[in-house]
Design a protein. Structure first.
Length: 499
């Protein structure tokens, strides 16, 4: 006869106790309701460095939020104007204008309520959140004009007040353009031993500036040859906005009639093989610029401006504008262009042309339309123009003007002396500053100049040149506030902003 067990085993007692405890805890939670505190799970710009092309960030929440409560308690320091949009638990904040460069920003959110707090009659608020990001430093590039810097490409960090010489002594830089991430510069240069301006070769040089890539930043000053000038002269070039394609105007040394546009990849392929240029099968043209989508090039051709594809048959233009002789600039999104019309009375008209077919005259001048740049922060076009002040001697006086693209209102910003006809300007990525140079030509240049002598586009020998920075305000504000340019402690010409 077997004896039945009268007692529960110890392991069973432990299991039963745990179940009772969990039941009590579940009951308490059900009585008190949901007490999980809402929080920010992700901030897309956390500890990031952003540029003018970055115009929105997102916050993702752990719970559905009361959108008005979030928007009313959301702060950025220093303030950045923008607008909110929502998709479930994700909030997107889109900036109305690019964030000013060289600035650290703090993002704060506290006291915001989740979506169900009011329905449950509670005052449950979000876990306080603090995030941070910064904009790129304010950095400029220019060609040096004095002593050891003569003819060399210089990078100057305005935010940190640091100067870096990028190119070696044996190269005279003639023109340059930055890649979109700012990590490299594409430039043309000739040897200090060769005075032939048509002997320029194409190079790249690293800046030492961190872009958006996660790879380690290369040290500044590494120069690589991209295209030589053994058989063809490299006359002009342009780098596509996406940094993938270079278009070069080339002439055959053995056959002057063999003249036209070529294109090539801007970087080596996966195998590391250097890219080679290909001929763009089209009629010869004049000035050119790559379109904002990086898929075509606008060329002054014949009696008009042609838009030629970079892939496919370039002998068949995508578009042709017979009334305009030159495309001065495109807006960043490609929806607008500033175009020049050459008149039979030797005057020039500047037109705003949109992709909707609108053609609006902005300026008529007896002089030249040297350069125009669209502001990404406002509907403003900044132009460097000249006006003819002496027909007998053909003396032109340069000036800078801001044009409101909505009203066509013009606001003169700066009048330069007539002898400064070689001035060049550059608009900052955040739209808050305008760089320009003031070249001083040699008064009595000798007939045989040294091979390292710097020259302007007009062929004048350069004695020295100063750089100036003019802060910019909206056109409406300049009527009451006088803005004056400030001379920088730098000697150089052809200034450009790094993106």
């Amino acid at each position: 006869m077997t004896k039945s067990k009268a007692f529960i085993q110890p392991l069973d007692r432990i299991a039963i106790a745990l179940m009772l405890l969990l039941s009590v805890l579940i009951g308490l939670i059900m009585l008190k309701g949901d007490v999980v505190t809402a929080r920010v799970r992700d901030f897309t710009w956390q500890n990031q460095q952003i540029g003018a092309e970055d115009n929105s960030f997102a916050l993702t929440f752990s719970r559905p939020m009361d959108t008005k409560s979030v928007e009313n308690n959301f702060k950025i320091d220093p303030p950045l104007a923008g607008k909110f949009s929502w998709a479930g638990r994700r909030m997107v904040y889109t900036l109305l204008t690019p964030a000013p460069y060289g600035t650290n920003y703090k993002v704060q959110l506290q006291a915001a309520k989740d979506k169900f707090a009011e329905q449950e009659g509670t005052n449950r608020t979000i876990q306080p959140f603090v995030g941070s990001f910064r904009t790129r430093d304010r950095v400029i590039l220019y060609i040096g004009t004095e002593q050891e810097e003569q003819g060399r490409l210089i990078l100057y960090n305005l935010t940190q007040e640091q100067k870096t010489v990028l190119t070696p002594k044996d190269l005279i830089v003639m023109e340059f353009e930055s890649f979109p991430d700012g990590e490299k510069i594409l430039f043309s240069a000739r040897s200090t031993k060769n005075s032939d301006l048509l002997s320029a070769q194409l190079y790249t040089v690293t800046t030492g500036v961190a872009g958006k890539s996660e790879r380690e930043v290369e040290p500044a000053g590494r120069v690589d040859l991209i295209l030589d000038s053994k058989d063809y002269q490299n006359l002009k070039f342009d780098l596509s906005p996406d940094g993938q394609t270079i278009v070069i105007q080339r002439g055959n040394k053995a056959n002057p009639g063999d003249f036209g546009l070529w294109f090539m990849p801007a970087t080596s392929d996966a195998s590391g093989e250097k890219p080679t240029p290909k001929r763009l099968q089209s009629q010869p043209g004049g000035d050119f610029t790559i379109t904002p989508d990086s898929k075509a090039v606008a060329v002054a051709q014949g009696q008009g401006a042609a838009i030629l594809p970079l892939q496919g048959d370039a002998s068949k233009p995508l578009d042709f504008l017979p009334q305009f002789g030159l495309v001065q600039a495109f807006s960043k999104d490609g929806s607008q262009a500033a175009m020049v019309k050459f008149n039979t009375d030797y005057t020039r008209d500047l037109f705003l042309v949109t992709n909707q077919g609108v053609q609006k005259q902005l300026v008529k001048t007896t002089g030249s339309i040297v350069n125009c740049q669209f502001d990404t922060a406002s509907p403003t076009l900044y132009c460097l123009l000249t006006q003819l002040i002496s027909k007998e001697q053909y003396i032109e006086q340069p000036y800078v003007v801001a044009i409101d693209l909505k009203t066509a209102q013009q606001k003169p910003l700066l009048l330069l002396p007539p002898e400064q006809r070689n001035v060049q300007m550059s608009l900052s990525p955040d739209g808050l500053g305008l760089l320009f140079d003031q070249v001083v030509p040699q008064t009595n240049p000798s007939t045989t100049l040294p091979t390292n002598t710097l020259k302007t586009d007009d062929g004048d020998a350069i004695a020295t040149s100063s750089l100036w920075l003019m802060p910019l305000l909206p056109i409406a504000d300049t009527a009451t506030v006088e803005i004056r340019p400030e001379q920088l402690p730098l000697a150089g010409f052809r200034p450009r902003w790094l993106p």
